[in-house]
Design a binder for this molecule. Structure first.
Ligand SMILES: [Mg+2]
Length: 349
């Protein structure tokens, strides 16, 4: 059976976070990094890209191309925080996630019944609504094509590559777009008159091995025909299942907070069950009106996915929370996650 793979890639990620946190930067050419004379651009907004600015460019060059560019120093901790919020959303879809970098991942959604396009639309909407930035998504049946697809309609794009699209899409593509072919190799190929995948398709494996060496020739031979058997190596491990909300009005009403958290608890135990996991610890997070934040946890004696057991524990925790000040945000999460199968096995051990 053909796989269903998504490649998700946040758009101009660092610059988007800067624009999110400082609305004055919205719609402006924002250049992250390169604040010192000898600096290098980490990333830049699409407004700056129009001037030809790109990542890894020297700040001197960037300033020359885009004199009204706004240079800002990066905030790595903040990027990590936003990135983990995005991965929380991805984990609501599947746990079969290979994280490639802070803003990029592959998802294997082969086992899901929903239409891949619907899943991609859902991810895009959730990322936009909950966080406020955009993500581009490519849909295909292997990693190479999914990555190619996510790049197709950037920013805020969605694109699907099917088997029938292969010749039309691949033949005119510059060789540099072949995953695994670097700039040096591309330049070498250009020197001998090979510019596109179409040019490269003329060669058999033996000829390719003269160019790329024997070990890589077969891989490249397959890839330019749209074949890529690399599987998703799960690298993004989910450490907790949680949800939180900022109330539209700050509140001291314990029963109201309990009701809201109860709905969330129901949802997250449901997700826990669906991903065949068990948890042991329930944590309530409260942020007061003056932004003071507390977390209170309770750990059960054994792993479970039972809503009733967690509900009892959560109520206990919530009863112990002081409400002298109004609450602006409340959340609940389950942590200390274990695979249900592993746990079953350890019982038999
Ligand atoms: Mg990106």
């Amino acid at each position: 059976m053909k796989k269903k793979i998504l490649h998700v890639d946040l758009d101009a990620f660092f610059a988007s976070v800067e624009q999110l946190d400082n609305p004055k930067l919205k719609g402006k050419p924002v250049i992250v990094g390169g604040t010192s004379k000898r600096g290098v651009v980490a990333t830049c907004s699409y407004e700056a890209r129009k001037y030809g600015v790109h990542s890894a460019m020297s700040s001197v060059m960037a300033h020359k191309l885009c004199p009204n560019g706004i240079f800002v120093r990066g905030h790595m901790e903040r990027y990590k925080e936003i990135s983990s919020q995005v991965f929380e959303i991805l984990h609501e879809v599947t746990d079969s996630i290979q994280q490639m970098s802070i803003d990029e991942a592959y998802l294997d959604i082969t086992d899901l019944d929903e239409d891949p396009h619907d899943i991609a639309v859902w991810i895009k909407e959730e990322v936009k609504n909950r966080i406020g930035i955009t993500i581009s998504i490519g849909i295909s049946y292997n990693k190479f094509l999914a990555k190619l697809a996510s790049d197709w309609n950037k920013p805020d794009g969605i694109f699907k590559i099917t088997e029938e699209d292969i010749p039309d899409i691949l033949i005119p593509l510059p060789v540099l777009k072949v995953h695994g072919l670097g700039k040096k190799t591309a330049a070498k190929l250009n020197n001998i008159g090979i510019f596109t995948i179409g040019d490269l398709l003329q060669y058999d494996i033996k000829s390719l091995s003269y160019i790329f060496g024997q070990s890589r020739a077969e891989e490249i031979y397959n890839r330019i025909r749209g074949i890529d058997n690399r599987s998703i190596k799960v690298t993004s491990i989910r450490k907790s299942y949680g949800r939180e909300t900022t109330f539209s009005e700050d509140t001291k009403d314990r029963e109201y907070i309990r009701e809201v958290l109860d709905i969330y608890l129901l949802k997250i135990t449901d997700r826990l069950k669906k991903s065949n996991k068990l948890a042991k610890t329930v944590t309530v997070k409260i942020k007061y009106e003056d932004f003071e934040q507390i977390t209170r946890s309770h750990s059960l004696t054994s792993y479970t996915s039972s809503y009733d057991l967690f509900k009892e524990a959560m109520d206990l925790v919530l009863d112990g929370v002081e409400l002298k000040k109004k609450v602006r945000l409340a959340g609940v999460s389950l942590s200390n996650i274990s695979d249900s199968e592993h746990y079953q096995m350890s019982i038999f051990d």
